[in-house]
Design a protein around this ligand. Structure first.
Ligand SMILES: [Zn+2]
Length: 208
């Protein structure tokens, strides 16, 4: 089972407001793309709400998410809802995510959240020095919390994500809009090539 098949196992039931965490990177962009594709094909009347966490070191994230959502909208007859945007204000990203998820459920902004989180590379040739380990859930179940949080890619590493992109013209076009790098820069057309995220991206895709 690959990413597309995993997304297809999602049965929203009576839930109509689906939040999708988006960072502008390859994994969350693929999750958003496949969700929209599925709901449009199934003619499900579902609202999709991008959830964006802006890290202090990466203030450009919202801009990248907006490029991705515009791209997906242009490929399907679909419109995302206005994104829910949060500024990361503490060191513990996982705890922060849990608290905003709770808020979004309590305020009934969403009734399901999809996260495109992936597993870290287990490849011994991949240099793990500097691994962020910040907010990647370690649970290896695809549903967390009372069936409210769906993590379809949690048992896939980024090479599995790359397989979905390869040979798919539309997704390869989307790949060029994604950004994994968190290094500060004024030139967003390039990746630094040195940070952990760049190395993982190169490991998986063979290019930045
Ligand atoms: Zn980088």
């Amino acid at each position: 089972m690959g990413p597309k098949e995993m997304i297809e196992t999602l049965t929203p039931g009576d839930r109509t407001k689906v939040g999708v965490k988006m960072s502008g990177g390859t994994d969350s962009s693929l999750a958003a793309f496949l969700l929209v594709e599925k709901f449009v094909q199934e003619e499900e009347d579902i609202e999709i709400i991008p959830i964006v966490i802006i890290e202090p070191r990466a203030p450009f994230q919202l801009e990248f998410v907006q490029k991705i959502t515009s791209f997906i909208e242009s490929k399907f007859e679909f419109h995302f809802n206005k994104p829910e945007v949060f500024q990361l204000d503490r060191d513990d990203k996982l705890e922060f995510m849990r608290s905003i998820e709770n808020q979004l459920f309590e305020k009934e902004v969403v009734d399901l959240i999809v996260s495109g989180i992936t597993r870290e590379p287990l490849d011994p040739n991949f240099i793990t020095t500097g691994s962020p380990n910040d907010g990647r859930d370690k649970e290896c179940t695809t549903y967390l919390w009372d069936n409210r949080i769906f993590t379809p890619f949690v048992n896939f590493d980024k090479k599995v994500i790359a397989q979905s992109y390869k040979g798919n013209t539309i997704l390869e076009e989307m790949f060029d809009l994604t950004r994994s790098c968190i290094a500060p820069t004024n030139d967003f057309s390039t990746h630094c090539g040195k940070c952990w995220w760049c190395r993982e991206r190169f490991w998986a895709f063979g290019r930045l």
